[in-house]
Ligand binder design. Structure first.
Ligand SMILES: CC(C)(COP(=O)(O)OP(=O)(O)OC[C@H]1O[C@@H](n2cnc3c(N)ncnc32)[C@H](O)[C@@H]1OP(=O)(O)O)[C@@H](O)C(=O)NCCC(=O)NCCS
Length: 187
């Protein structure tokens, strides 16, 4: 086995006094709050957002649907899981159309009362329309509504799109951390 080290930024935001109002969602998009019966839909949105992205190197379970479903169930089962900070972004063009699960974010509160954003993602075809910022702000508003004042996240340092989004919304980097991943030896 080889070991690969991925540089990640630990970022923080203090929610006190911050304007968390998102811009309006484009037509035919809406949010659904977490509920157990939507586990498959949340997993699908996670899979579509992450399956061909660099974070699959760091968290291989994100590369396939079964792994995304397992991860979603694991997050929802954590003692500090916060449904208020956990959202599914859906697009449905008309009542007869199939809903498309195009993004998701999850929130957890740790035992010190700090929030943690987990796996913010928007599916490939839906990016650069403000939906990522919208999901993030919605989640942060849910944290604040639940009494959480400081929220943390980790992001792969090379993930420029995500780092820019987090900075734009108000996160700042506290430190770099290194995630070790075992990989099979290549001959
Ligand atoms: C990171 C991620 C969530 C961003 O989602 P997104 O929906 O593209 O985010 P936004 O649309 O809010 O912002 C992205 C860019 O689009 C721009 N934008 C927003 N609305 C726009 C519009 N209507 N027209 C054109 N550009 C727009 C933003 O200004 C931003 O520009 P910048 O990158 O130059 O700063 C998405 O790239 C993603 O899911 N990546 C893969 C999963 C991942 O790595 N997640 C992070 C884990 S830590």
């Amino acid at each position: 086995m080889d070991l690969v080290y991925y540089k990640r930024f630990r970022m923080e935001i203090n929610l006190a006094g911050r304007d968390l109002t998102p811009s309006p969602l484009p037509d035919s998009f809406f949010f659904l709050p977490w509920e157990e019966s939507l586990l498959d839909c949340f997993a699908r949105a996670k899979y579509l957002s992450f399956h061909d992205e660099m974070d699959t190197n760091v968290f291989p379970c994100l590369a396939d649907y079964a792994g995304c479903r397992r991860l979603m169930a694991e997050i929802a089962g954590k003692p500090g899981f916060l449904p208020e900070a956990t959202w599914l972004l859906v697009r449905q063009a008309g009542k007869q159309e199939r809903p498309e699960y195009c993004g998701t974010v999850q929130g957890v509160r740790d035992r010190h009362g700090f929030g943690a954003i987990q796996n913010l993602g928007v599916a490939g075809g839906y990016r650069r329309r403000g939906l990522g910022a919208n999901l993030l702000l919605r989640s942060l508003a849910g944290f604040r509504h639940s009494g959480v004042r400081r929220v943390f996240l980790e992001v792969t340092a090379d993930n420029d799109d995500a780092v820019r989004l987090y900075r734009r919304v108000g996160f700042h980097t506290i430190r770099a951390v290194y995630k070790t991943v075992e990989t099979a030896n290549t001959p």
